[in-house]
Design a protein around this ligand. Structure first.
Ligand code: NAP
Length: 258
């Protein structure tokens, strides 16, 4: 199970293919819809690329599908995988979404945030695998353990919950950093000033229950400060609504847990 083809050349495909190649896997080919992204990743890996689904190699032992979830249906039916092992990397798509692609299918879900330009140490990334066949499950565990230390088996239903949790813990939090940065920039304050606070918030939940770590006007139910902040946010369309909604969630959550 050494020859690999990537279907997709985005954030995850980039970091995963680089890590697999580093551990001795042969990345035979990259497929993506645009020549730019397919070509860039292929050049980085010193391998072939194609944008034609019919020109996808039949020589690979394993195909990693790392496409935008909404593109699965449109792209996958055009590819003849024969009966090679086809795995997707999505948190929320069930295993069954690729069951028509091959007799051998699976899921390989790394729980981390990946960007093309940011190197990630895959060793510390938890990987969750799934397959209907015991043989393929073992194969996926073996491949995952070559690049990652924490490998577990998880079904599609639980993986979806994991993904929702990740959206809250990573994607939403990161969006709030973006808004925080814009609020600071409106008064020419650099985002750097808030980085120690971000670091401590992240460090604190490594050792404390996040519920117990909550601070701020909403958990204190400080109505005066909340309405003052909302007024200040009038120049940022939509921000006051989000501020109120999150404050309400914090307040209600902490009232319930009292
Ligand atoms: N990024 C993460 O942090 C992360 C973490 C864990 C799992 N995943 C999973 O990995 C998979 C890929 O995510 P990603 O973040 O790597 O996505 P991405 O960077 O946006 O890359 C998406 C890939 O899908 C292709 N694509 C997008 N729209 C398409 C369309 N309409 N038709 C055909 N191809 C299309 C893109 O092609 P072009 O670039 O050629 O346009 C690109 O190859 C998803 O299943 C995601 O759930 C991602």
């Amino acid at each position: 199970m050494n020859k690999i083809c990537f279907i997709g050349a985005g954030n995850l495909a980039t970091q995963l293919s680089v890590s697999l190649q580093r551990e001795g896997f042969a990345i035979e080919q990259i497929f993506s819809r645009t020549e730019k992204t397919a070509g860039e990743l292929a050049a980085r890996l010193n391998t072939e690329f194609t944008c034609d689904p019919e020109a996808i190699t039949r020589e690979a032992d394993m195909y990693f599908v790392a496409l935008k979830d909404a593109a699965f249906e449109k792209v996958l039916h055009k590819i003849d995988f024969q009966d090679s092992l086809v795995v997707h990397c999505s948190g929320s798509m069930p295993l069954s979404v690729i069951s028509g692609c091959s007799a051998n299918t699976g899921v390989f879900y790394p729980l981390q945030t990946f960007s093309k330009t940011r190197e990630v140490d895959f060793r510390s990334v938890p990987v969750f695998v799934e397959s209907d066949s015991e043989g393929n499950r073992h194969m996926l565990i073996r491949v995952a353990k070559k690049i990652a230390e924490h490998v577990s088996v998880m079904n599609s239903e639980k993986r979806k919950i994991l993904h929702i949790s990740a959206v809250f813990a990573c994607n939403f939090v990161n969006h709030l950093y973006t808004l925080s940065s814009e609020i600071l920039n409106s008064k020419d304050i650099p985002f750097d000033v808030i980085k120690p606070l971000i670091e401590e918030t992240t460090r604190k939940v490594q050792v404390m229950d996040p519920e117990k770590a909550q601070t701020g006007p909403a958990v204190r139910f400080d109505k005066k400060i909340i309405s003052d902040h909302v007024e200040q946010l009038s120049g940022f369309p939509g921000y006051a609504e989000l501020y109120n909604s999150l404050s309400k969630s914090i307040f209600e959550h902490h009232q319930k847990s009292k």
